[in-house]
Design a protein around this ligand. Structure first.
Ligand SMILES: [Zn+2]
Ligand SMILES: [Zn+2]
Length: 127
């Protein structure tokens, strides 16, 4: 199987989305908020795990709420992209595989449910 490739990627400032057209013709539209909340870097993953274990976690004094302004997108090799957020966070490398995995369109969501219901990205989704 060949590596995933992007035919087109556009930032829609108005809608605050990132649109990716894949080489197989599939179109993914990611709200920036979704991309930030699915940031694949180690510290965001840890915060998500903690949030799962304790939904009432208090945000520490040094933690600012995440910022959903997209400052810049930097290609990483031929396999992914690094997103620079408005608050300076840029640790997450979104590989094309990962992006395709979190595609929020209905077809992808339905396919994921069929695959691994009731878990989506390790999160239990009640039926
Ligand atoms: Zn992160
Ligand atoms: Zn999709």
């Amino acid at each position: 199987m060949s590596a995933r490739e992007i035919a087109r990627a556009d930032i829609n400032e108005q809608e605050r989305t990132l649109e990716i057209e894949w080489d197989d013709g599939h179109l993914s539209i990611y709200p920036l908020k979704l991309l930030r909340s699915e940031c694949p870097c180690a510290s965001c993953r840890t915060i998500r795990e903690e949030g799962r274990n304790n939904p009432f976690r208090v945000i520490g004094p040094n933690e600012r709420p995440p910022n959903f302004d997209l400052e810049d997108v930097e290609p990483v090799g031929r396999y992914g992209m690094r997103i620079h957020w408005g608050d300076g966070h840029a640790a997450g490398i979104y590989t094309f595989d990962y992006l395709r995995e979190i595609c929020p369109c209905e077809a992808c969501r339905a396919a994921r449910q069929g695959d691994q219901a009731p878990f989506v990205h390790g999160i239990y989704i009640p039926p």
